[in-house]
Ligand binder design. Structure first.
Ligand SMILES: [Zn+2]
Length: 57
């Protein structure tokens, strides 16, 4: 089981939850504020690709 204990942005002073990481990776390291320009929203991308859910847009 994966026990993720409240992941936080890699910025030491930031308490946001990260959702951005390197493209192709599954680990989010930075929040939207501290992400680097080439980072992508891995949380949403992973959910979209990993599980087939009904699209609700
Ligand atoms: Zn941050």
């Amino acid at each position: 089981m994966v026990n993720v204990r409240h992941p936080r942005c890699a910025d030491p002073d930031c308490k946001r939850q990260p959702s951005f990481g390197k493209a192709g990776g599954k680990t989010a390291v930075y929040c939207v504020v501290h992400k680097e320009p080439d980072m992508v929203d891995v949380v949403n991308n992973y959910q979209r690709q990993g599980k087939k859910r009904k699209a609700r847009e």
